[in-house]
Design a protein around this ligand. Sequence first.
Ligand SMILES: NC(=O)c1ccc[n+]([C@@H]2O[C@H](COP(=O)([O-])OP(=O)(O)OC[C@H]3O[C@@H](n4cnc5c(N)ncnc54)[C@H](OP(=O)(O)O)[C@@H]3O)[C@@H](O)[C@H]2O)c1
Length: 270
Amino acid sequence: MTTQFYDNTKIPQLGLGTWQLTGEVGYQATKDALEIGYRHIDTAHIYGNHGEVGEAIKDSGLDRSELFITSKLWLDEMSEEDVKPALLRALKELQIDYIDLYIIHWPNQTVPVKSTLAALASLKKEGLTKHFGVSNFTINHLKNTLKITQEIDTNQVEFHPSLNQKELLEFCNLNKIKLTAYSPIGHGKDLDIPLIIEMAKEYNKTPAQICINWCLQKGLVTIPKASSRTRLQENFDAQLFTLSPQDIVLIDDLNLNNRYINPSFAEFEY
Ligand SMILES: NC(=O)c1ccc[n+]([C@@H]2O[C@H](COP(=O)([O-])OP(=O)(O)OC[C@H]3O[C@@H](n4cnc5c(N)ncnc54)[C@H](OP(=O)(O)O)[C@@H]3O)[C@@H](O)[C@H]2O)c1
């Protein structure tokens, strides 16, 4: 399945999340995912796995043009002069010469976002990144960035049945910012929701497939993480069925504002 950013760039809607996929497991999971058919990989400097991900990409033998690769800029490298060296290092580690999407990993009040965005815009002009975006931004953060640039292609945020980010999604849609759903199965914790289990039985699918399909059908870029080839395949196959509109609404109603990713430096109250 593909979706597109608002500038019409087509991107593979389902990607492999690679947080906590390091070392041999990280290499093998990325390699398996590419063999299964994933063409979109989400990584970040802070995940410490650019090397493994890059090796797996190289060993897959796939042409660079077939792949959509995202990485993220960490908090301590957001000053204007630090952004380009951070991206050049990421490219070297990943063994590629451009990235498809470079993301400000978290909002960071200690650095003016205007200067980080200026650096990203100039990297885009140079062709070192095709797109740039943000992550974990609230509506207020987005309002600030929209005063500076209209070039934000995505806001990558936690999104799963028990955290459906209704207002943020509406705001992103209205402002042509594609929402990317991270932790689409709630970091594994939404798989126990009784309605999700019931629907899995009804559709002859697994709870993970129900959660992922719900995100996909809502039009979101969706990046589940899994370690084993079986789960990677299961998650990839979540693209192969269609939840009914009524069932999508039933899942929409499961929201409990359960935020599982909330580090001390997050600015969700902003
Ligand atoms: N921008 C950000 O700040 C941010 C924050 C969090 C995550 N992310 C991105 O989003 C990706 C996904 O989020 P996530 O890793 O937090 O959570 P997730 O994808 O919602 O869930 C991953 C967990 O679910 C398990 N799992 C995966 N597929 C399964 C299946 N079919 N059946 C049963 N269990 C399954 C995994 O176990 P195994 O690994 O053992 O298979 C793992 O414990 C990350 O890898 C990262 O790329 C971004």
